[in-house]
Ligand binder design. Sequence first.
Ligand code: ADP
Ligand code: MG
Ligand code: ZN
Length: 476
Amino acid sequence: MEFEPVIGLEVHAQLKTRTKIFCSCATAFGAPPNTQVCPVCLGLPGVLPVLNRAVVECALGMALAVSCTIARESRFARKNYFYPDLPKGYQISQYELPIAENGRLAVETEAGPRVVRIRRIHMEEDAGKLVHDPRLGRSRVDFNRAGVPLIEIVSEPDLDSAAAAGAYLRALRGLVRWLGICDGNLEEGSFRCDANVSVKPRGSPVLGTRTELKNLNSFRFVERAIEREIERQREVLAEGGAVVQETRLYDPERDRTVPMRGKEEAHDYRYFPDPDLPPLTIDEAWIEAVRQRLPELPEARRRRFVARLGLSAYDAGVLTSERGLADYFEEALARFPQPKTVANWVMGPVLALLNERGLEPQAAPVAPAALAGLLTLVEQGTISAKTAKEVFAEMAQSGAAAEAIVAARGLSQISGESELEAIARDVLARHPEEVASFRAGKKKLMGFFVGEVMKATRGRANPKTVNALLDRLLNA
Ligand code: ADP
Ligand code: MG
Ligand code: ZN
């Protein structure tokens, strides 16, 4: 029997609000341990949490961006469990009434475009962080992260391969970064993914028993872990066994998943509505205000780049992979209105430069206006496209404008007929045999003469002018 995979992801995104979700402690990363704490986030008795409005607005923005239905009234609950990083003994999270449900995200996968349904989005607080010190044989706890806001985005089990899960996760990360609500860093844990994996007989409407994979802190690990878990479950079933519902960890060293603990059920957590927090009510006006402030979303922008600018779907996809990159492209385009040329430069030299230096598009050493200046010189015939690449490299180094570099280094193209004619005549005079062969019918030698002129001018001759000129001189 053939088994097909079914995957659903639970993603936690740490929100970039200035303060925590229920108190005014700072959220800034990297402060000395336990310096950003107060009685509320430490869970001391007698204090009351107060919901941070900015957190609701981040969650609303995300919910609208994936077309969710917004709950006019939602609730916070207490999820009870013991762990040393959780000082209150419970985590405040939304449970039966989340802020948003029933959304969708369009994703480009290797197998074509897919729509992944979003089951729910809810708000919750993060826990503290245990710091293990093997040298001292102890663990210490840092509560700076306790109470930092998170949204959890839960997909329906709509993904059918590790690659599709990876594509969905990338799209989701792209979106939270685009909205500016999360920095999307898997390695540092500001964007975390748990993957639920099961397999079922091909075509069967009934889902198989799933396992939940944790500890997936890079895109590579997410995809590898899912792949290995699918293989494992197929083997178990092929041997007549049954998949056990449990939480498993990915062990990158051995490249396999290993059991961590039995799967907990919701009732294990004794959820109940938090009596300290009133229900959250959201009216139409608030939703509309958030909607008005949303930037143009990646999908809409991609469609606009294809329909209005005539770019290929691929180019539009690359240019809208980051909002900053799309902004860069459009700023350059405003000053040099040739979409395909600007797109090629942005996806080529500009992106290479950003990757090489690890910079965001906003900090590009060659600003969009400067790039447009360079392209204008090519357009006017002042420099060749080839020379432009060199000039770009120097602009990236020195920050000087294209025109200044071209003038200082004498790089402008020689288009003047008289100057070129002298050089061309000289080339022909130095190669009498080739000239004779050409005139006897070996027309292919034209390329040779053009090459010699280009060499003599160190590539600065305008190839069109050279061709016309040689044609005239040789056929005279
Ligand atoms: P919990 O993990 O808290 O028990 P849910 O039952 O709501 O929560 O499911 C969480 C995630 O697991 C969702 O992303 C959902 O799509 C996915 N999921 C549920 N059932 C399966 C299944 N049989 N195979 C794969 N994924 C599943
Ligand atoms: Mg789960
Ligand atoms: Zn606090």
